[in-house]
Write a protein that binds this ligand. Sequence first.
Ligand SMILES: *Cc1c(COP(=O)(O)O)cnc(C)c1O
Length: 354
Amino acid sequence: MKKHNFSAGPAVLPASVMKKASEAVIDFNGMGLSLIEISHRSKEFIAVMERAQDLALELTDLKSKGYKAMFLQGGASMQFLMTAYNLLETKAGYINTGAWSTKAIKEAKLFGEVVEVASSKDYNFNYIPKGYTIPSDLDYLHITTNNTIFGTQFQEIPQTDVPLIADMSSDIFSRNIDYSKFDLFYAGAQKNMGPSGTTLVIVKEELLAKISHTIPSMMNYKVQLKSDSMFNTPPVFPIYTSMLTLEWLQENGGINQIEKHNKAKAKLIYNEIDQNSAFEGFAAKGDRSHMNATFNLAKGIDGSVFDDLWNEANISGLKGHRSVGGYRASIYNALPLESVSLLVDIMKKFEQTL
Ligand SMILES: *Cc1c(COP(=O)(O)O)cnc(C)c1O
């Protein structure tokens, strides 16, 4: 029986996507060949790549606005250095909201001066900084829109005239924001889109125009764009599966609909965290993530009965990250509301045992 999958990543995908993806591994589109044994330069796969790129731009409402979508390799972690390699000329700004931002900062420092514009490290990243000043002489400002480990999320996107770059690995396509505020954003597939192995990068083309220094081909956005994400053999299965998830999103009403669904799930779980005496939320209330809900046991509460209860209920992936402890319920796009309802019932049941 399929478990209720609250994993932070790789994470739950829609059942219909899983079915189509697995069928394509045996026979892709009735070709008598597997998706993973045909040329990536075949017309059949080129159609997949183009459709995936097109859907990514359509869902973010960036079509005919000068943006391009690429499916690259190396994960979001590769983007930590690729963004800086391409775009850091003298000085870049970073808002440090957690472990992933910290890693992005470390990589960027290899390429130039890095200013930590704001940080929430003082409280173990349980909030999103506010009220800071963004210097106007930055090559770009980098933010992590959703902090997967700590369960915080930017509810408002910083206003700035410098190019804005974002790691959206764990909340891309989950909410209706103005994606055109960003000059470049990226997301590893395995949180909200597909299997690990590909990273979606969406970039405003004019941002790349001014780059003149030498960059190795695989790291070079302009080279990757020119070769249509096929400078070398692309990860065909993760890209195909991502395309299926984006089709699923579009067929189900796009980002407007999924945002409603995600809000309903978040409300359910956070209401329970707040009213249940056995638990307390980790993230500051106003900065809570709609994708990863982090919570700990209240003081003096032993969680072993709770652990037995959720395990018996076929729930998986609830353990918190070691830097926060406690629990983390990742409630990505594909997680059904019923899974959250079940978890809430278990939390109530646990409270009654105390
Ligand atoms: C998971 C995650 C990453 C790391 O992604 P990889 O694809 O494994 O490199 C980076 N940033 C955020 C916000 C993440 O959630």
